[in-house]
Design a protein around this ligand. Structure first.
Ligand code: GLC
Length: 580
């Protein structure tokens, strides 16, 4: 099956992936075709026409590989086969063909900071077999007399090799009785970190990537790719700030060398979309990942705009200010404007639903979902739409720990109770319902049938109770729905180069309610004005912004077709004016 054609390119730095809108699928929760309560490849194939109708250009498919599912597939036990609950390689090929037939490209998730502990590499490594002996990061423990930090169980009088913490809580080391050593895992203990210092490990990863490319895929989303290099000697981290040890593994000393090598070995075709997940990356790190003299990634997922209110601990997330949010996003817009490219996202499978986080999931759910969509489709960068976002899906309720599925959330609750920070689940429930990852993982809401039309069986995680009103069938039948607005935005971005390539300039940075900016590309220009408040506000267009020739391109409410120098914006009102 042939791949989608690129549009004729006039500008030298045009790329299909800059012009594309990418749709993220979390397969477990998207659509179940066989009634076992878990989404699958057959279920996605049933919905390719849906994706086509929405107008997206590419799909990022979260992991579907063989896996014990300790972290819903981010713990891979065989990179070249499909988890049997999802189907098999033939189903996967059918999906690829079905997408390509509709000119939709496919981006696969690449998880190579770690594997599952059930991967045969790890099994052989723990037995010290041949070349596998050094495939992972093994160390002897430290004497309990020289170190005092929380550690996992190991031999008496021995503690873990250093004080690093795992992202999902607890120590980053687990003692393996069979090998008689500790192994590093920056995530769950079932996700041992690969040893990227070992060239054989790197070769095996590149070979696997080349194999996937030979299957006809169009790129990779690279899971926590900026964590693959750890400081030599694995020194203790600084206990005060966030995840202990982070400075020794985020954007580590050799990460750029490894990515450049990967580029040479695998990614020389610059029509591939590569997006590296990069927690803790600043703009200057990103310039190295994506700049023209850098590592050759198309873009990164940065985290500043989704962690700025965390205060070092995501479970403490609280109030956020629009002024700071604008400052962060414009810093990224400007920092990568001349050399590099941004990814634009406000939620994904690890983040709460954006309308609950940055909008209003109550009275103004529809307006604020459209407002946020206007932002993501009119900043400079490639918009990533997370499944259900196009309906304005919201955070869910989790009344007890029995309703939780996410390993991170479950660990957090257990640790909070163990440490005495919480007496019962009820004490942490608000935090779970505000930032927990299960919020994003409730089933996609297709219609108002039982289980939202997601499955004929019992879903692996409960549906959000609002599925009778928030669902695809209803949204498609209503011209004013969030879904139709997404379709219009996607089309608008396709028609106006200024929205893709135009220069971004923030207006009124100190305005606490309005996010406003211009976009400029030669003679074309645009003005975007977004009221983030549930009340009406006055907005005055700065005098140096020319309104000549601007006409309304899209808005989430009825508004005049030409802009005036000052106007009132309704609650969560969004307007985009463009030169026609
Ligand atoms: C990334 C994934 C997340 C996963 C983690 C470990 O952050 O997006 O879902 O748990 O890496 O692989």
């Amino acid at each position: 099956m042939s791949k989608p054609e690129s549009k004729t390119l006039e500008q030298p730095d045009r790329q299909w992936w800059k012009e594309a809108v990418v749709y993220q699928i979390y397969p477990r929760s998207f659509n179940d075709s066989d009634g076992d309560g878990i989404g699958d490849l057959g279920g996605i194939i049933e919905k390719v026409d849906y994706l086509d109708a929405l107008g997206v250009d590419a799909v990022w498919l979260c992991p579907v590989y063989e896996s014990p599912q300790a972290d819903n597939g981010y713990d891979i036990s065989d990179y070249r086969s499909i988890h049997d609950t999802y189907g098999d390689l033939d189903d996967w090929r059918d999906l690829l063909d079905a997408l390509h037939d509709r000119d939709i490209r496919l981006i696969m998730d690449l998880v190579v900071n770690h594997t599952s502990d059930e991967h045969e590499w790890f099994q052989q490594s723990r037995r010290r077999e041949g070349e596998f002996e050094d495939y992972y990061i093994w160390r002897d423990g430290r004497s309990a007399d020289d170190a005092d930090y929380d550690t996992a169980d190991g031999p008496t009088d021995e503690v873990a090799p250093n004080n690093w913490e795992a992202a999902f809580g607890g120590p980053a080391w687990t003692y393996d009785v069979e090998r008689g050593q500790w192994y590093l895992h920056l995530f769950d203990e079932k996700q041992p970190d690969l040893n990227w210092r070992n060239p054989t490990v790197r070769d095996s990863v590149y070979e696997m990537m080349n194999w996937w490319l030979s299957q006809g895929i169009d790129g990779f989303r690279m899971d926590v790719i900026n964590l693959i290099s750890k400081t030599e000697g694995l020194p203790d981290g600084d206990a005060e700030s966030g995840q202990t040890g982070a400075k020794h593994f985020m954007n580590g000393p050799k990460v750029h060398d490894y990515l450049q090598e990967m580029h040479q070995e695998v990614l020389t075709d610059d029509s591939l979309l590569t997006v590296g997940e990069a927690p803790g990356a600043h703009v200057d790190d990103a310039q190295q990942y994506v700049g023209s003299d850098g590592d050759g990634l198309s873009m990164v997922f940065q985290f500043e705009h989704v962690t700025f209110d965390h205060d070092g601990d995501k479970w403490d997330a609280g109030d956020w200010s629009l002024v700071e949010f604008k400052e962060i996003l414009s810093k990224w817009q400007n920092g990568l404007a001349d050399d590099g490219w941004n990814s634009i996202y406000l939620n994904n499978h690890d983040q709460p639903r954006m309308v609950s986080r940055f909008g209003d999931d109550g009275a103004y759910r529809t307006e604020s979902a459209k407002l946020l969509a206007t932002l993501t489709h009119t900043l400079q960068g490639t918009p990533f739409v997370y499944q259900g976002e196009e309906l304005g899906m919201t955070n869910a309720e989790f009344a007890s720990t029995e309703e939780l599925r996410d390993v991170e959330a479950l660990n957090f609750v257990e640790a909070a109770i163990e440490a005495g920070d919480a007496a019962t689940y009820d004490d942490v429930r608000d935090a779970i319902e505000y930032v927990g990852r299960d919020n994003a993982r409730t089933p996609m809401q297709w219609d108002d049938a039982e289980h939202a039309g997601f499955t004929d069986g019992e879903p692996w995680i409960d549906c959000n109770s609002n599925y009778e009103t928030v669902n695809v069938a209803r949204a498609r039948a209503n011209e004013d729905s969030v879904w139709h607005y997404y379709r219009d935005l996607i089309e608008l971005r396709e028609e106006h180069d200024v929205l893709v390539y135009g220069e971004f300039s923030l207006l009124c940075p100190e305005d606490p309610a309005v996010f406003a900016y211009t976009r400029t590309l030669g003679e074309e220009h645009g003005l975007v004005v977004l009221n983030f408040e549930p009340e009406p506000v006055e907005f005055e267009v700065p005098a140096d912004v020319t309104l000549d020739g601007l006409e309304l391109a899209i808005a989430n409410t009825e508004v005049p077709t030409t802009p005036r120098p000052s106007f009132e914006l309704g609650p969560y009102e969004a307007r985009v004016y463009l030169t026609s």
